[in-house]
Design a protein. Structure first.
Length: 393
């Protein structure tokens, strides 16, 4: 027992906590990469250094690409993508903020009127389209409950041995293409029969938030409030914040999948073993001592949410939308934040403002024991790009 405790302490001491991560600005990140490049640090060394950073400002794609010559390989490049995704909802560096004067009440109302006209007109009358959505998945390696988490070696994929709950670094998992259809601007996702959860990954099953729906609910819940200026697509955009309480929300959440924890430790044996287990005189247990786990969707209706709209002040076109669901700490989904960037796409000779990129930040309790005395959480980041837009046939 004494040796077990010593091993546990040694392992915990060897794992750096996320709270101890070094906080850096975008400029400091650049300087660090330049310094390590001059010192001929290896790809592995640079990636380890990047894993230990917590960036405090938004790292945009253009700035990240400008650092390409300073990273020595795919491991460090992967961690730059992680930093970009994790910082997607943070404010940009002060040097990137336009010095436009704050909007007065009349100026704010003029922009919101243009935006409302754009959403109810141009956006809601978008033609039927198809597109390919390519999504990169990054997540930490917190283990989820296995399908058969047995108590002895008879369960081949059972979780055994020492368990610790360290901070796990986020890394690239995979890339996937999804064929989508758009109906009046709203994304339609095809049926997905993947066994999420069992494959140690979660998947939000709903499409990205629909601009028209979110804008309408924001207006009906007390309106949009002027916040600041930011640069999007090389041009100043007016940023308005909003909040939609649960009682006025039609936002639903569907994330797949989580184990039913009340099944943990339930033994499934063959019928030949039943007699002896129940006090009878039957033969010995021939079944495999293991847990059979059922995986279910986490679903919630009318979830409160808040976020921001980034609006072109001249046209009222919305160039970016942020939604942040307001989950409870006792829910299995703790965080579900989405940012969608829109840009002009030429289709049939017409330039349409369509989703070009999306970033989703999630935090879940993979083993479904939220609210218990202790539980592990998993962070998964999704960065998506839309391409191959075409009229629906």
């Amino acid at each position: 027992m004494k040796r077990f405790c010593c091993i546990a302490l040694m392992l915990l001491a060897a794992v750096p906590a996320f709270s101890a991560a070094k906080k850096v600005t975008v400029a400091e990140l650049k300087d660090m990469l330049v310094t390590m490049h001059k010192a001929n640090k290896s790809d592995e060394e640079v990636s380890i250094a990047l894993k230990q950073l917590q960036i405090t400002e938004q790292l945009d794609r253009a700035t990240m690409n400008s650092m390409a010559d300073q990273v020595p390989g795919k491991l460090s490049t992967e961690q730059l993508y992680v930093l970009e995704a994790r910082s997607a909802l943070l404010p940009p560096p002060a040097t990137d903020v336009p010095n436009n004067a704050p909007l007065d009440a009349a100026g704010q109302q003029a922009i919101l009127t243009k935006a409302a006209t754009y959403v109810s007109g141009t956006w809601s009358q978008m033609p039927a389209l198809t597109a390919t959505k390519t999504t990169l998945r990054f997540q930490d390696n917190v283990e989820a409950l296995a399908d058969a988490s047995g108590l002895q070696g008879g369960s081949t994929n059972g979780a055994t041995g020492l368990w610790v709950n360290p901070y796990n670094y986020i890394h690239y998992i995979n890339s996937a293409d999804t064929e989508l259809a758009f109906d009046k601007g709203a994304e339609r996702v095809p049926v997905d029969k993947t066994q999420w959860g069992r494959n140690k990954m979660i998947q939000p099953m709903d499409p990205d938030p629909d601009l028209a729906t979110i804008f309408g609910e924001a207006k009906d819940s007390g309106g949009l409030k002027w916040d600041r200026w930011e640069v999007v697509n090389g041009k100043p955009a007016a940023v308005f914040s909003y909040a939609v309480p649960k009682k006025k929300s039609k936002m639903n959440v569907d994330v797949c999948c989580f184990p039913q924890i009340d099944q943990a430790g339930v033994m499934t044996l063959s019928s030949a073993s039943a007699g002896s287990l129940n006090g009878g005189s039957g033969g010995g247990a021939t079944g495999n001592l293991q847990t059979n786990t059922t995986w279910d969707h986490y679903r919630a209706k009318n979830v409160g949410f808040h976020g921001e709209f980034f609006i072109d002040p001249d046209t009222g076109v919305i160039v970016r939308m942020v939604t942040q669901d307001e989950q409870k700490t006792s829910d299995m989904v703790h965080q579900l934040d989405t940012r969608v960037d829109y840009a002009p796409v030429v289709i049939g000779g017409n330039a349409l403002m369509l989703p070009l990129r999306a970033i989703m930040i999630t935090e879940v309790v993979p083993n479904g024991e939220a609210g218990a005395g202790g539980f592990s959480t998993r962070t998964t980041l999704f960065t998506s790009e839309y391409k191959n837009y075409a009229p629906s046939k």
